[in-house]
Design a protein around this ligand. Sequence first.
Ligand SMILES: Cc1cc2nc3c(=O)[nH]c(=O)nc-3n(C[C@H](O)[C@H](O)[C@H](O)COP(=O)(O)O)c2cc1C
Length: 210
Amino acid sequence: MSHLDELINKRRSIRKYKTDVPPEDWINSMIRYAAMAPSPKNSRPVRFIKIVSPESRDNLYRAMANGQKRRLQSAQKSSTPNKLKNRINMYWRFSKFMFDAPVLFAVGAVSPERGSSGKLPRTGINKKVGRGDTDIDITVGLAVKGFLLKGEELGLGTCIMTAPFTFVRDVENILGIEDVKIKCFVTVGFPDEKPDAPERINVADICREI
Ligand SMILES: Cc1cc2nc3c(=O)[nH]c(=O)nc-3n(C[C@H](O)[C@H](O)[C@H](O)COP(=O)(O)O)c2cc1C
């Protein structure tokens, strides 16, 4: 098996971490790999925002916990309150471990309307022919993949997360971020669990000829 095969096969989403904080230069090398990812016209819009201040973490936690409470309350009014409550609790479970991770990033992209990469969007052409945020979402995904794989090579666990957006929509506002649209969170740390490999689909299922 090649080194790349091994990294890709071994990587799992890690939701339980040891308390040790990974060395900063390891994290920086993960970000360097993220920065190597392709981007439209080499516009390099992806930004990793490390959430370190206790105040920012607290603000985010409180906003998410309030969001969960509100959603549970409105679930009561649904015709299937238990089903909905279970779903909300599941999303909460897949969100709140982020606050126990030694390193937490909000990851997003600067607006394409800013800077030289925004020439086309500014003409309005992209609004007519484009597919909204697709380019940005692809670009963030590619950068995060580089980040996760370098983490795997270093023996660090990671998890990409969007479940928190179930509870908070105005993440940028809560974190005081003005120039980056946040697309996901990413946790990092030394793994304290060994999840089983989830089921995958094979080449014939994922690929076809037309
Ligand atoms: C866009 C995206 C969002 C995700 N959001 C979450 C999340 O909010 N919480 C979580 O625990 N896992 C999240 N995951 C991780 C997936 O659950 C995980 O990748 C999947 O179950 C496959 O497991 P593996 O990563 O170990 O191969 C997310 C993955 C992706 C790609």
